[in-house]
Design a protein around this ligand. Structure first.
Ligand code: HEC
Ligand code: HEC
Length: 201
């Protein structure tokens, strides 16, 4: 009996040990993927190299997981399809945890008057053209929720680019809500709201 019990305990600890080694493996692998791949465009700390690449620092974890799976499986199309093609679910979870844990940053908008127009749209929408306030979904501070993207501090050029993609339908995943919102925005409103968002902390 004693040796059977010892055997079971031994088998149990090997299983536990195996789990721990696997978790450490994924962590190491995630670091490697970040250094060799993601950092080229998004920076090691999720601070994008140029403003056409989105900031990933402090982006909501569940949202990042969903976007990476959408890129991997072709539901969202673009440069990222190639980058996400060979990622496993574990690596995607690890990458999302890594970037969402980074500190957010923001830059003060240069054009304060223009940002103020964006601020109005963000918090009040435009009731004459039927635009809901961005804040009603993305939050008063623009931090989103687990599922909804954080907008605060995002590069204005990226935000504007995505809004245009929602209009044209070239952003193919979950486009119904944002398509309805973005098609009603004028160019002035789009640029102004993107400017305001970039300055949110
Ligand atoms: C060659 C440049 C490049 C590399 C390398 C790259 N990305 Fe991207 N990434 C982009 C671009 C460009 C976008 C914006 C979406 C688009 O236009 O296709 C993007 C978008 C994203 C998004 C969606 C952000 C959002 O707010 O919706 C996530 C998440 C992401 N990348 C994660 C990663 C991860 C993780 C890696 C490493 C495995 C990586 N990217 C490597 C260029 C790159
Ligand atoms: C009814 C809810 C709702 C409203 C109102 C709304 N959004 Fe969104 N927004 C979403 C959802 C949901 C997504 C995520 C789509 C996805 O999962 O791909 C999103 C995504 C986005 C993205 C892409 C973010 C990224 O990181 O790629 C931008 C930019 C954006 N919204 C801007 C705005 C702006 C600006 C407004 C106000 C003019 C606004 N949204 C109003 C629900 C909303």
């Amino acid at each position: 009996m004693g040796s059977l019990r010892n055997g079971l305990i031994l088998a149990g600890s090997i299983l536990l040990l195996g789990g721990a080694v696997q978790a450490a493996d994924v962590k190491g692998r995630v670091k490697e993927i970040v250094t060799e791949r993601c950092s080229l465009c998004h920076g090691v700390d999720g601070e994008a190299a140029t403003s056409v690449y989105p900031r990933l620092a402090a982006q909501n974890e569940t949202y990042v997981v969903k976007q990476l799976k959408d890129f991997r499986d072709g539901r969202r199309k673009g440069t990222m399809n190639e980058m996400a093609r060979d990622l496993t679910d574990d690596e995607i979870n690890g990458l999302a945890a890594y970037f969402s844990g980074k500190k957010p940053q923001s830059k003060r908008p240069l054009d304060v008057d223009f940002a103020a127009v964006g601020k109005y749209i963000f918090h009040n929408g435009n009731r004459y053209s039927g635009i809901a306030p961005c804040a009603s979904c993305h939050g008063e501070a623009g931090r989103g929720t687990e599922q909804l993207p954080r907008l605060a501090g995002q590069h204005p050029a990226y935000v504007e680019g995505q809004l245009m993609e929602f209009v044209s339908g070239s952003r193919t995943n979950d486009k119904s809500i944002m398509h309805a919102v973005a098609t009603k925005l004028t160019t002035l409103e789009m640029k102004a709201v993107a400017t305001y968002i970039g300055g949110l902390e």
